[in-house]
Unconditional design. Structure first.
Length: 144
């Protein structure tokens, strides 16, 4: 009987050790599967990051090209404006009638137009329309 109990105990112990090893193997497989999933996710994130970085570099290169083109255009416009100003000054020195015309005061309507602030966007435009003097209907005379 003792041998039977000992055999049953040894069998139970072998079954218990086998079950524990099987559980340990299952846990190791689960950890390995989770690690593979995380690796795949991080590789996907890296690919997406590389795409974003590439797009940002392309955008930066495009913006730099545009900036250079605008700088070149600005330099060209500054040269043109400088040449025109030099021409105007030269003509004023040469022509007495032009010099007298340039010294006359601008008409009041032109002065008012020049005093208006610059409109810089849709909101500013709407505000300038609200703030401006109202127009009179056709055929009505103005108060002044």
């Amino acid at each position: 009987m003792n041998r039977l109990i000992a055999a049953v105990l040894i069998l139970a112990l072998v079954v218990l050790v086998t079950w524990a090893l099987w559980q340990r193997g299952e846990a190791a497989e689960a950890r390995a599967h989770l690690a593979e999933q995380r690796l795949a996710e991080s590789q996907q994130n890296e690919r997406e990051s590389q795409l974003v970085i590439g797009a940002l570099w392309d955008n930066a290169a495009r913006l730099d090209t545009q900036r250079r083109a605008l700088a070149s255009q600005q330099a060209e416009l500054e040269r043109t404006a400088s040449d025109r100003l030099a021409t105007i000054q030269e003509l004023q020195r040469e022509n007495q009638a032009l010099r007298e015309w340039a010294d006359t005061r601008l008409p009041a309507a032109v002065v008012r137009l020049r005093k208006r602030p610059a409109v810089t966007g849709a909101d500013a435009y709407r505000q300038s329309l609200r703030d401006s003097e109202s127009l009179h209907a056709a055929g009505e005379l103005a108060d002044h």
